[in-house]
Design a protein around this ligand. Structure first.
Ligand SMILES: Nc1ncnc2c1ncn2[C@@H]1O[C@H](COP(=O)(O)OP(=O)(O)OP(=O)(O)O)[C@@H](O)[C@H]1O
Length: 603
């Protein structure tokens, strides 16, 4: 194996960026006209920085390790050149196994990559065989899928290892045919317990195979993989996504916090959502599944419908919930991304169902926190709310990374109680909050006034009391039963109608009794002037962003059978309207005035 000389390579890349400039178009990066046209149809016009550097290097056949922040477009950075190489490959070359393996840590991610590849191929009108395999498939189905063989195989390392050990894939065929190997979300693969599966594959990776490692964070695990698989890679850690810790959160995400007692969190989130002080769509994080159901039940009493997403749900349901949320069929998704051994919520390996192997690894438990959401491209999420704070900085970075994807903007609001203050301080210092320096990365959320909160206290506390532990447990069990039934229906249905999103709804009301009508609307006399102004401003921005049209548009497209994901991206302008800048919000509080400018930019 050639010794990796990272320093030399880093220098080369830096020189490369400086020499080539940073504002080249996709054509200028050497991309095929069909791919450029396909991107335009997806409203993707200019490369992101990681694409800017990675695409030409991958086209040249270099091994690449790319580290770029969440939402920076890493998937297209490798997919575009990889497809282009397949477009121009000699069709008569020897092929006994797929030419390209794309390995990702979860089935959700495999599915996401698969959908992206299929849509690019459809738009390019190029016929390539792409398959997505998972370990739960029967050996006969795996064999049938590999007949051909396909050009691109998207899977988890566990499934590849299974195919090898069951002789569904022949080691010699891989050695003779594999041209490109991608390890996506490489920082997760080892911590998800895939080390042995990857080691089963490595001896069969031919020396000529181009290897690409994509990750959002650097870690000892990425280094280990690098040594295991790569020869002399280009290490891409772009200056703008460099090692400085304050670079980790995308600049287009405005971060806010609200300090409040733990017991008041339901009240605070109710005030934010009910008074429409945050921009939709909203992704809300809780630390336990029980809390997500408590929150869902609480919000639905006030007429706010939401869906829950967690590692306990069957795979098909999880994929379907994601699809519906991405298509804009509901605006509030409550996700639980932290596994609680107490609750047996392990989320390891591809299907996030606890396994013996995974439970052995304490390290896995820590990293499996991100099993449900890490790397998932939630479309058009504007606001991420930490209803409960993540347990560490990495959790924060990955949660916040679900908004502000690519060139879009977003906001995050963290509800911080006194017992979460230590973690919050760690996060603040990590993201570069330094009061002494006058820099303030996480500001106090300025739109929610004390009056607004207090106006809802009586109702909120009354309703919160009615949501007992038993009610939460029953709802959780009910939802799981529903989703298991759904999952079977979905499986059958998706086989014949892969794009039909309207079959099942995931944001349905769980309470046995209908929400009381008097809680649905907040009477006008309860809302003070400042809150009304803030709400008007958020509404104005929403209108300007076209968010109100999104729902209608996506539903219409979904009914027609069009690609709902594309329908959204085509329908939404991600830029706030100028008019918004003119609208103001002030609650008379001087600290709020200080952050006012920042809020204008954010919303
Ligand atoms: N050049 C571009 N211009 C605009 N949007 C883009 C561009 N490239 C990718 N996107 C969009 O940005 C979003 C995020 O891309 P992607 O999922 O590849 O990010 P990522 O870097 O893999 O993030 P993560 O580390 O969280 O997985 C996707 O919706 C993608 O379609």
């Amino acid at each position: 194996m050639v010794e990796t000389n990272e320093n030399t390579q880093k220098e080369t890349v830096r020189e490369y960026i400086e020499a080539e400039g940073e504002d080249r178009s996709f054509e200028e990066l050497g991309l095929d006209a069909r791919l450029v046209r396909a991107l335009l149809k997806k409203r993707i016009e200019k490369p992101t920085p990681i694409q800017h550097v990675a695409i030409p290097l991958i086209l040249e056949g270099k091994d690449v390790v790319a580290r770029a922040k969440t939402g920076s477009g890493k998937t297209l950075a490798y997919l575009l050149p990889l497809l282009q190489k397949l477009f121009t490959a000699n069709p008569d070359r020897k092929k006994l196994a797929p030419n390209v393996f794309i390995l990702a840590p979860s089935r959700e991610l495999c599915q996401q990559i698969y959908v992206e590849v299929k849509s690019l191929l459809e738009l390019c009108r190029v016929q390539l065989k792409v398959v997505q395999l998972n370990s739960n498939m029967l050996a006969t189905d795996l064999k049938a899928a590999l007949v051909g063989p396909p050009d691109v195989l998207i899977s988890t390392p566990a499934c590849i290892a299974k195919c090898l050990s069951d002789s569904i894939l022949q080691a010699a065929s891989i050695s003779g045919s594999l041209e490109t190997l991608v390890l996506d979300e490489a920082d997760l693969l080892l911590s998800y317990g895939y080390e042995n599966d990857i080691k089963a594959l490595t001896p069969h990776i031919p020396r000529s195979c181009q290897c690409l490692l994509m990750s959002a964070t650097s870690s000892a695990d990425v280094d280990k993989l690098k040594k295991l698989i790569l020869h002399n890679p280009f290490i891409l850690t772009l200056p703008e996504v460099g090692n400085r810790k304050d670079d980790v959160i995308p600049k287009n995400v405005q971060q806010f916090s609200i300090s409040c007692p733990a017991a008041d969190k339901l009240l605070y989130i109710l005030a934010m959502l009910k008074l429409e002080l945050v921009q939709k769509k909203v992704l809300i994080f809780t630390n336990t599944i029980d809390m997500s159901f408590r929150l869902k039940l609480f919000l639905e009493k006030f007429g706010i419908k939401s869906a829950v997403l967690n590692a306990e749900l069957p795979q098909n349901s999880r994929l379907h919930i994601l699809e519906e949320f991405n298509a804009g069929l509901f605006d509030y998704l409550i996700a639980t991304d932290i596994s609680q051994s107490k609750e047996k919520e392990e989320a390891p390996k591809e299907n996030n169902v606890g396994s013996r192997k995974s439970r052995k690894h304490a390290k896995l438990k820590l990293d499996s926190e991100f099993g449900v959401v890490r790397g998932i491209d939630f479309k058009n999420v504007y606001t991420v709310i930490n209803f409960e704070m993540p347990h560490n900085v990495a959790g924060y970075v990955h949660r916040i990374g679900r908004t502000g994807r690519a060139y879009s903007s977003g906001a995050s609001i963290s509800l911080v109680s006194s017992d979460e203050m230590d973690t919050f301080e760690d996060i603040r210092s990590f993201v570069g909050d330094d009061e002494n320096n006058g820099s303030n990365s996480i500001s106090e959320f300025p739109l929610l006034t004390k009056n607004a909160v207090e106006s809802l206290r009586y109702r909120a506390e009354d309703v919160a009391k009615s949501i007992t532990k038993i009610a939460v447990r029953e709802s959780r069990a009910q939802d799981l039963r529903n989703e298991i039934l759904n999952s079977e229906k979905l499986k059958a249905h998706f086989e014949s109608n892969p794009r039909d999103l309207d079959l099942l709804k995931h944001d349905k009301v769980l309470s046995k009794s209908a929400p009381p009508t008097h809680l649905r609307d907040v009477p006008d006399y309860l809302i003070d002037k400042t809150t009304k102004e803030a709400r008007a401003m958020v509404k104005l921005t929403r209108d300007a962003m076209g968010n109100n049209n999104r729902r209608r548009l996506s539903k219409r497209k979904a009914k027609k059978g069009g690609d709902p994901l594309m329908a959204i991206s085509a329908g939404v302008s991600k830029r706030p309207h100028k008019a918004f800048k003119k609208a103001g919000a002030s609650n008379g509080n001087s600290r709020d005035r200080q952050t006012h400018k920042k809020t204008e930019d954010a919303f």
